[in-house]
Design a binder for this molecule. Structure first.
Ligand code: SF4
Ligand code: SF4
Ligand code: FES
Length: 297
């Protein structure tokens, strides 16, 4: 059975925390397990994992690369993109590996023709409606599965892509797709699907606390830091030239870890390690965006 889907909520300082139902689900997963390791078979290879590990987690442990979009290690799985599906012996439908717990004696195929076909279709559908040009991590998967979003287009039915950025406030731009927290979400269906605040109010009137955690987990480049967006606009965004230095936020006693991304001796964005016990990759507005003083601004 899939874990309960739940949303992440910003806390009083703006960090995204798991909602009560998500916390309960996590507690269930933590307590509803024995100590006996689970042994499953992935692509013909036996893999032993701790109880409660997902199939995706088992794949990671086995060194089997698996694409993900809506999953992040610091969010509760929501099962919406289906790019991570695998074939499970005895199951009629493909199963999402990011949320399905590994069970003893499972036999999993991650690279069968059916899995490859499904993943290719997901990537093509996504790419046919959304500009993925800045989704750096997705390009390898698009190539690996031979996905060709343009095959949904012809002269009479050109593909329509969301190419133009939509500025929703000074530090945050939405370029097309989705996020997965409380203040903004996908509204509408089909071609009317769009990013919206609750009741379409402006961002300052919404529940948004400007923490930027949505930017931190966005896998497609749809949400970007303004510094990154501006540098990309003038073709000066150079991740290969950036250094990343870990430090501790100096604003309050929570002690969040910050990763300072520096290019040409200037901070260009701040992230936080997803596996850190204090931040889980999330920050508040001060830690995420309050670094201009470093440059005397
Ligand atoms: S910045 Fe993003 S994650 Fe933070 S509250 Fe606003 S919409 Fe939610
Ligand atoms: S340590 Fe910094 S980022 Fe963390 S809650 Fe305090 S001010 Fe925010
Ligand atoms: S990564 Fe989206 S459903 Fe698994």
């Amino acid at each position: 059975m899939s874990p309960r889907a739940a949303i992440a909520l910003p806390d009083s300082v703006g960090r995204v925390v798991m909602s009560p139902s998500a916390t309960a689900a996590a507690a269930d997963r933590a307590t509803d397990v024995s100590e006996t390791p689970v042994t499953l078979n992935i692509d013909g290879q036996p893999v032993e994992v701790a109880p409660g590990t997902t199939i995706h987690g088992a794949c990671v442990q086995a060194g089997v690369d698996t694409p993900t979009l809506c999953w992040a290690e610091n969010l509760t799985p929501v099962n919406v993109c289906r790019v991570c599906v695998v074939e499970l012996e005895g199951s009629r439908a493909l199963v999402p590996s990011c949320s399905r717990p590994a069970e003893d004696q499972m036999v999993v195929q991650t690279d069968s023709p059916r899995v490859r076909h499904s993943r290719r279709m997901v990537l093509e559908f996504l790419g046919s409606g959304v500009d993925l040009s800045q989704a750096d991590d997705l390009h390898q998967w698009i190539q690996a599965y031979g996905a060709d979003p343009d095959r949904y287009s012809d002269e009479n039915h050109p593909v329509e892509r969301v190419d133009e950025p939509v500025k929703i406030q000074d530090e945050l731009y939405i370029r097309g797709l989705l996020e997965n927290t409380f203040a903004i979400a996908v509204a509408g269906r089909g071609f009317d699907a769009r990013i919206s605040t609750e009741f379409d109010v402006t961002l300052p009137d919404s529940a948004c606390v400007y923490c930027g955690n949505c930017v931190g987990v966005c896998p497609t480049g749809a949400l970007q830091f303004k510094t990154e967006y501006d540098l990309r606009e003038v073709e000066e965004w150079r991740p290969e030239d950036q250094t990343v230095t870990r430090t501790v936020c100096s604003y309050c006693g929570v002690g969040c870890n910050l990763d300072l991304h520096v290019q040409d001796e200037r901070i260009v964005k701040v992230t936080s390690p997803a596996d850190h016990s204090v931040t889980s990759g999330h920050l508040c507005i001060k830690g995420r965006f309050g670094w201009q003083y470093v440059h005397g601004e």
